[in-house]
Design a protein around this ligand. Sequence first.
Ligand SMILES: [Zn+2]
Length: 215
Amino acid sequence: MLYSPIKRSHPADKNNTDAKNIMSTHEEKLPKIPQNIKNLREELGIPENCCTYCGKVPSDGKLSFDEIVPCKDGGRYFQIKEKNPTVKELKDMAKKRNIRNRTKLTTKEQLLKALDIDIKKKIPLNITGACKICNNSKNDLKDDELRSWIRNGPKNGNGSYVPRENQERMIKWYSDNRSYIRTDDKNILHHIKQLQEKNKKHWEETEQETKKIVI
Ligand SMILES: [Zn+2]
């Protein structure tokens, strides 16, 4: 081939979006997250503009959102579509969740209360703000690898990014809230895997298509 093919977008992006969608679809079936639980940033007393892991303001000023457990591994994910849901949306939600005496709930306040929704709390427990350096270094690590990253930093690195006083608190927070952070449901995990295999196959097939001479 005389000309090199154009740099392609990465299949991981599609997989990532699909995994997020799958987790979002199942969110209502998973253990309900109690409103009084602190997210990791709050638990550690990290200011909102700082990285949850290193505790510093990012050098470029930008915080990215890190899935503590990647959605492809069952990390929980949801987005409240509207900051301000309509009464109709809330009524639909109450119906879906089979809330008792729901026909008597008419105002938005009543519905929000019955549904136990805090519209100010938009960020899932599994998502936290991180600087690029921590986010890239932590990447997809989970379970023992994640604990080791928190305590010791990356393999072959120069130590942990997480301040010493926060390391065990971070690990404890994760253990205490595990079921609110991720799911082990075999059907969901299988579904994610299946869709990723389908994506892979589709990707390979269309790659071949792009090489077909049609003129
Ligand atoms: Zn950081």
